[in-house]
Design a protein around this ligand. Sequence first.
Ligand code: GUN
Ligand code: ZN
Length: 642
Amino acid sequence: MFEIIRRDGLARIGKFTTRSGTIETPALLPVVNPKICTVPPRELYDRFGFKALITNSYIIRNTPALKEKAQEVGLHEMLDFPGVIMTDSGTFQSHMYGEVEVTNEEIVEFQKSIGTDIGTVLDIFTEPDWSHAKTKASLETTLERTQKACEIKGEMMINGVVQGSIYTDLREYSASRMATMDVDVHPIGGVVPLMEQYRYAELVDVVMSSKKGLNPNRPVHLFGAGHPMILALATLMGCDLFDSASYAKFARDDRIMFLDGTFRLQDMQTLDCQCPACRGHTLEELRRMEKGKRTKLIAEHNLYQITQELALVKRYLREGRLWELAEIRCRSHPALLDGLRRLKEYQDQMELYDPISREGAVFYTGPESRNRPVYKRYLDRLGTRYVPPTDKAALFPDCQGKPYSRPYAEQFDKARRAGYTPIVVTPWGPVPAELDEMYPLAQSLFPSIPDEETETESERIAFQFLSMAGFSTAVDCDSIPEGGDVEYDADKLRAKAVARYQFGIEAADALFREPVELVTSRKTGKIRNVISDGEHVLSMRAGDGLYTLRMEGAKRIVSAVPAPHMRVAVSDDAVPFVSEGKNVFCQFVISCDPETRPMEEVIVTDKDDRPIATGRAFLIESEMRQMKKGMAVKVRSGSDDE
Ligand code: GUN
Ligand code: ZN
């Protein structure tokens, strides 16, 4: 069972429950070679905190002593590991050495017989140089074997491996077939050669096209990925599990892993590492150390690098800033930067999962930052939901003070009195004065010295917007005529523009039925509440400048805008609970607006479209449909409260 607790991008913090315990994802499973055990499994558990590992059932089966022991006492006792044990099936050996002499049924049954928690199908490793036809044919065999494994798996969980070489259509096809089967984890396989050859752009293609077809209900394992440099990007793309054999393999070859690559002990100038394994040792000492002792020390160092980076990835994920960490990490190697740049092609897919708002500011790390879905979302909504209050625009350059209406207070006023709508040309694209306090615009930081690419692009987008939005003229802020006397109400313009941006034009019209009264904060002057026709319909949050929807507002939208706009419909048995203000869980969702994004204001209704509560969506439509467990909507107020 897999439950999503937090999310950011396609990344999630999840709880994955198996019969040997629950692991928090993202998690990395160290690979234990049952014949070598460079770092003993008990130490992995106690000292390093790994609550799950992966070992190889094919090697165990082919080694008589291990086979006998495993079948006699079980894998957990044999390895002395109390956590979750995943086993692989021999597929990787076939990739390395050619054929393996075991059938799918045999290896699945064997994994069951040794008490594996999560076993693996004998999938066919699709190599990056295979033709489309050869890859497709092998996929059918893997799918048949997976179906068979599901039938005989019993109490054991099973890995259904997505293959498909570098062909995005085959990856999506393979993933969507796997999604319909009774598998428990979705590994993405066949990617080791891509990572070994630093082909990260293709790795992004493979992961993103696989994710498209997969079931959000199950954790996704990126098979063979365990280098710290890839963890942030892979987690951002929605991989929940990783495994590393390299920590030990590299150690045996005197190769040391760092965030920016792997280095040979003989080539290094200094050790400069403060991890618990290296602390107190110099490079010279390490070189002179007895081989076995050195291998263990380097393996431990490698594990510490991985655990430290994974902890950082999780921290950024919790803070909603994983895009930033992935961008920073991808600058440590040009091939990773290719991966980040390729991710632009998947902006639409990423946008579905991007939260409407978050705490803290959006940091710009370079021109690639503009490929983040939060930029696309802003421009899309500006293009479809913004209505200019006048047909003349006054253009202002970006400045450091935010919201822009503060440093530009006098100039904006002059422009508006002259009948011009102030528009700031920013790295986000054009920002009309009415929207400047809202997330992500005010909650963002850019360097004060712009890069040329972003400057050119901001101007291009601004001019495109001016013609699309229907402005008849645009002037530079220096050319605004003096002494205008046009009357305007800045708060009211803002209140309605934000409502249109957030809920759509029709819904905003329903929410702003006259007479409209705005309650503002006495301390900050910011809008607090919108009272329309005597009803308190909206409250504006000070932090992100966006609205929370009140029950009265929800009723207005339901009467004015047909379903499914902003709706999450729940089954009858949930209605009494949700009406009291209890959260909505996936099991009870009948339908949801496909336009819903995480953290979006939604209206919970009964099956006949009667509004019963308001709240914020935690999942998107496809997730609500497919997840078996977990919160779908965090309910704020139920109809019974009012
Ligand atoms: N280990 C690394 N890659 C793979 C893969 O594609 N399939 C399996 N079963 N194991 C792997
Ligand atoms: Zn170290």
